[in-house]
Design a protein around this ligand. Structure first.
Ligand SMILES: [Fe+2]
Length: 506
């Protein structure tokens, strides 16, 4: 039975997400904390379920074959320090589509950190708000594997945003089988948003850290064997989040939003600064290039979380993505000790295009649109080659009531024209990252938007969660199938689509 708690008991949560709700299947310790990222749509679930034959409004297309996987934070134990949503233990939710039916499963990622904590019966690792403790792990904080996920070389890889250790899950059972080892690699660190090139099956990976080399970049073959890896020369430790790739180049990010290593060493706290006068740099390296072959381009200062797609046009390389000119919005005075964390989580970003001339070094850049959106995805068949459509999440700004990171609508962009089409999830309904699922058997000969867009929503009016399937050619028409999920799915980070050949092995 869900019941509202007196709002004055949780002033920050009340201000940000309209109060605290008592859930049956959540961790009871969350009610000791006035932190909006532990309540409402963010409240962790305690259930790990498997259910097939889910009920559907509308019709699941017969040529939708594969799985929607979504990762996200789902903390099991009461945190040792202030809770940040980056600290929640990774949990994967999956919806499997085959022959017009849908099934659901969710499981924790069994990380080394979570296993240690289950043995201890309590939190062991500190979280990103510190203080860091390097006696617990080499990261100083908990590697939760809660950020990204995708199928590669027979497994479902889960990754942490902070270049942690990748984990391997069975795509069907979601059981964690251990670390995801790349054969021939001397170390394990790997960043979220390392990417599989669907055209070749290759895995383009990167990592970063506080010790030189501050970044490495590499390629593994479709079978999971490292075939290339080089050190990337950066001026110091950085916190990039993504890479882009074309058929021939990989685009590496050196962004002017990073931490002071001296402060981290001395105070065990990672304090981020946005250096507004420092250019953003993009390093274009041939896919199998050496360290000295990186060609750096300087651009207007900004931070970037997610790239939509990149491609080559003659001597130009084009990169579409979401750009933030204000990665650390001002803290809101009424939000107490969590004010800085809440501000940092308020994503201010918009659809943007960069163009790099490989012959002359010229850069051209500018807005595609100014609407506040992020968690942008495109058709993976067209990754690396020219594309025009991208699917973003609408994120309300603070002045629009967006105190926390929540997705209120699905936006389809035509990046050639800048035009957008939109579907709002509805009042009190919040989405997940949406993926593009190509129609079964589609190739680059099919139209780019020939397929489906899939997301998960949770309705805070009823606490029912759904998986929505849209016809990608007509987003404003709303979902063509609305699959009822057997439990409340908490807010999460990244999702990906894997075709049936990767999920079901055929
Ligand atoms: Fe991300």
């Amino acid at each position: 039975m869900n019941q509202l708690v007196k709002p004055q008991a949780y002033p920050t949560t009340d201000q940000c997400i309209d109060g605290v709700v008592r859930f049956e299947h959540t961790q009871p310790w969350i009610y000791q904390f006035d932190n909006p990222y532990l309540h409402g749509v963010y409240a962790p679930t305690t259930l790990e379920l498997s259910e097939s034959g889910l009920s559907v409004e509308g019709e699941i297309p017969a040529d939708l074959d594969g799985a929607y996987f979504r990762n996200g934070p789902n903390p099991q134990f009461q945190p040792k320090n202030r809770y940040h949503p980056f600290d929640g233990d990774g949990m994967v939710h999956a919806v499997y589509f085959r022959d017009g039916t849908a099934s659901y499963r969710n499981r924790y990622v069994q990380t080394v950190a979570l296993i240690d904590e289950r043995q201890a019966g309590q939190s062991v690792s500190p979280g990103v708000m510190g203080p860091f403790d390097y006696s617990v792990s080499e990261f100083g904080i908990k590697d939760t594997s809660n950020t990204d996920l995708f199928c590669y070389a027979g497994g479902l890889m889960t990754l942490w945003y902070n270049a942690g250790h990748p984990y391997k899950l069975d795509p069907q059972t979601l059981e964690t089988t251990g670390y995801f080892e790349l054969e021939g690699r001397s170390h394990r660190r790997l960043s979220a948003h390392s990417k599989v090139d669907w055209a070749t099956g290759e895995f383009l990976f990167f990592d970063y850290g506080d010790e030189p080399p501050y970044m490495t970049y590499g390629v593994a073959d479709a079978a999971g064997k490292r075939i290339h890896e080089v050190a990337i020369d950066l001026p110091g430790p950085r916190l990039p989040h993504d890479i882009g790739f074309t058929s021939n180049y990989t685009i590496l990010h050196d962004l002017p939003f990073f931490h002071d290593l001296k402060v981290l060493r001395r105070h065990h706290l990672r304090v981020l600064t946005f250096y507004r006068d420092m250019p953003t740099r993009f390093g274009l390296i041939p896919r199998y290039g050496q360290s000295h072959e990186v060609k750096w381009f300087e651009c207007e200062p900004c931070y970037i979380l997610h790239v939509s797609n990149c491609w080559e046009e003659g001597e130009w390389v084009v990169m579409d993505g979401c750009r933030s000119t204000n990665p650390m919005p001002s803290a809101n005075g009424g939000e107490g000790e969590l004010a800085h964390m809440l501000a940092y989580m308020r994503l201010e970003a918009n659809n943007y295009r960069w163009r790099f001339n490989m012959r002359t070094g010229e850069v051209r850049e500018g807005d595609i649109d100014d609407l506040n959106t992020e968690f942008n995805k495109t058709n993976p068949i067209f990754h690396g080659v020219q594309s025009r459509f991208a699917y973003h999440q609408r994120i309300p700004l603070l002045e629009e009531g967006g105190h926390t990171l929540r997705f209120t609508g699905l936006v389809k962009y035509d990046n050639e024209t800048g035009q957008r089409k939109q579907w709002d999830y509805g009042k009190g309904v919040f989405g997940s990252e949406a993926v593009f699922a190509p129609r079964k058997g589609a190739t680059r000969d099919n139209p780019e938007d020939d397929g489906y867009v899939i997301t998960m929503t949770t309705d805070s009016n009823t606490w029912q969660s759904y998986c929505l399937v849209f016809d990608a050619t007509d987003i404003p028409a709303g979902p063509i199938a609305k699959v009822a999920l057997p439990q409340r799915v908490p807010f999460g980070f990244h999702a990906n689509w894997s075709p049936g050949t990767q999920v079901f092995g055929c």
